[in-house]
Design a protein around this ligand. Sequence first.
Ligand code: NAD
Length: 364
Amino acid sequence: MVRVTLIPGDGTGPELAQAARRCIDATGAAIEWEICQAGSEVAARLGDPLPEQTIESVTRNRVALKGPITTPVGSGYRSVNVFLRQHLDLYACVRPCKSYRGIPSRYQDIDLVVIRENTEDLYAGIEFQKDSSQAQELISWLNNHSKRKIRQDSGLSIKPISVYATERIVRFAFEYARSHGRRKVTSVHKANIMKHTDGLWLEVSREVARRYPDIQFEDRIVDNMCMQLVIRPQMYDVLVLPNLYGDIISDLCAGLIGGLGVAPGANIGDNAAIFEATHGSAPKYAGLNKVNPTAMILSGVLMLHHLGMHQQASRLEKAVADVIAEGRFVTYDLKPNRDDPSAVGTSDMADAIIARLGQAALPH
Ligand code: NAD
């Protein structure tokens, strides 16, 4: 038995986590779930959206499956998602974007992987509020040391890009390409404008690429990358990006394969990994048994692969693909018409997937 932390989350998280857990259990994977709370419900009860016990469980088990968690705007609570990534140093966000037959989408043959650096860049959280003494001090210092002047009434967000973090994420991308039979890594940047951050990212990317002669390497400027992904996404394989571009391009790529309902993800570090859908808690649908469990279940597929349970992972992915291709027992967003009354709920789609797993287990 492998022990895995299950964090149901909030909003639609608990119903999605329940659907994913049932599907994973139906593969026969030997997993013992340790259920731990995080999010707005536990915050209302205990005053903390991320109890120490949950952090301790993920640290000890080193693997977690997590439902989405709401980040309330202006509540004063720390973002649970950002805290977990930083605290556990989950530096690689991996988001495979793959077309499945039957999903309404502009493209039918996408198979690319977005690898986003998770710890630095404008997301590092180093910010100075307009008119604060720190902002004033920093602006004065910068104006003394730079030809370009910053207006005194500015707020500042700092963009750190280090050799250390760039080297490890680009290396991760190449190792991922090698171990997953991928042919090419594309490093994305804006080095023509931000020479000392994105320029450094590109320089380090090129250095790392030299160590992997068996994998093709290329780079793209981020604006061009967006256009290329819309025009000819089939040209790309593994993309590696700094944090902010990675965030934006992940959603663009989710759009290429039919939307957030089908986009899985993983946050991986050297000592722990958390598997979760790309989408958020979709609070307006909470408790309605309505939203699509596919992204969460496919995040479970990634987790099973991570645990070395490849056979269970492949069977579960095939069952999901079959149910989607058949198009009967799918949620509203996977129907050609979103008002289709034949759309089923979250738990019903999970039931259909579990039934498929049963069929897959029968001898021919
Ligand atoms: P969201 O992804 O929750 O929802 C945006 C829209 O996408 C929904 O209204 C819905 O139409 C669609 N959608 C999302 N998930 C779907 C699913 N499984 N099936 C079908 N349709 C789906 O984004 P948001 O509204 O910007 O964020 C809501 C909350 O979630 C915010 O508090 C945000 O901070 C949080 N969030 C959490 C995570 C995370 O836990 N990792 C990630 C992103 C956002």
